[in-house]
Design a protein around this ligand. Structure first.
Ligand code: 8YV
Length: 330
């Protein structure tokens, strides 16, 4: 059987590339970062498969890629897949769950600690040579807040949510409330987690952590009326997708003291505009969507995505086909 042709839209580790080259004819985006939409549209004509870190896969793109049989995303989230269009055209979509759970959970704790202890602000004082000013600022009664023994509210108790729960409860002695579509009796047993309504989680938590996939149901699930339920001393932490929050409402809540601060790895849109109000808010810690970005986890994600793609192109069902497209193998 002749080898399939695949298009790789971002640089990947050499070992992952050699694996792919054993099984496929590889065409690669060789510029900086990730191939742009325009580049993808013009490169996919002869491709049977695509390896991507999260480019939009929609009807326009599928029209330009008549041979495409599989798209493998180097990400756990797959809100960039038009599942209906892919299903209609029998294009398999895969993602990379499990391998990033601990890395993203670590980052969520880092965001909580950075926001509560205002670490980036203090780091900037020290580096500007303003040691005394930084120290004085931090010693003001109203500056740093404790994370340990506080209440964390996790919205979306999937695998990453559980990895956060484990750190928060067993590492920091936090109390845990969670909201999820379905109850998680195991998490309740392991972490003493209290299953609550969304409203209740917002009301009782000192740190509200959003860890839900972006779906039509979770789009803007946190709006002005939800932020108003939070304690004025509470923080919102988002390392899932920016669109789960109404960003305009969040800006207003932060500017008017409805909540105390935020730790954000994700925005709507990304990247945020250069003059975004968050950039002048000392109570907001921002990161450029790097939740899973450690070298070993990114390696594992790329390798898993490569294996998913080759399995899908062989006609077998890859372990990590997204649930909504499993029916393509029935
Ligand atoms: C990815 C992510 O790094 O996995 C996800 O869903 O958000 C990140 O880990 C990002 O999508 C780019 O690949």
């Amino acid at each position: 059987m002749s080898k399939p042709t695949i298009y790789i839209s971002k640089p990947i580790p050499a070992e992952v590339l050699s694996y792919l080259q054993e099984h496929a004819i590889c065409k690669m985006w060789d510029g900086q970062g990730t191939a742009s939409r325009e580049q993808l549209l013009s490169e996919l004509e002869g491709a049977d498969g695509l390896l991507t870190p999260g480019s939009q896969i929609d009807r326009e793109l599928l029209d330009r890629a008549p041979k495409l049989r599989a798209v493998s995303s180097i990400s756990v989230g797959y809100n960039h897949f038009d599942l209906e269009a892919m299903g209609e055209r029998r294009v398999v979509g895969t993602h990379t769950p499990y391998v990033l759970d601990d890395t993203v959970a670590d980052l969520v704790l880092a965001l909580m600690l950075s926001a509560a202890r205002r670490i980036p602000e203090l780091d900037a004082y020290v580096k500007r040579g303003e040691w005394q000013r930084g120290k004085k600022q931090a010693e003001d009664a109203n500056f740093g807040l404790d994370v340990h023994h506080r209440t964390i509210g996790i919205i979306g108790m999937g695998r990453i949510g559980e990895a956060i729960a484990q750190r928060a409860v067993h590492g920091f002695g936090m109390k845990l409330h969670y909201y999820n579509r379905s109850r998680k009796p195991e998490a309740e047993q392991k972490y003493g987690a209290v299953y609550s309504t969304l409203e209740e989680v917002l009301k009782v938590s000192d740190f509200v952590v959003l860890m839900t996939p972006l779906t039509p149901e979770s789009h803007h699930m946190i709006r002005k009326e939800h932020l108003a339920l939070m304690k004025p001393s509470a923080f919102l932490i988002n390392a899932s997708r920016g669109q789960t929050v109404d960003e305009a409402a969040l800006i207003e809540a932060l500017q008017t003291g409805v909540i105390r601060g935020a730790g954000l790895d994700v925005f709507d849109p990304e990247p945020p505009q250069p003059d975004h109000p968050f950039f002048n808010m000392p109570n907001v810690v921002t990161l450029p969507h790097i939740g899973s970005a450690t070298s070993s986890t990114r390696f594992d994600m790329a390798m898993l995505a490569a294996r998913n793609l080759i399995t899908a192109l062989s006609g077998e069902r890859p372990e990590h086909v997204v649930p909504e497209l499993r029916h393509l193998f029935d």
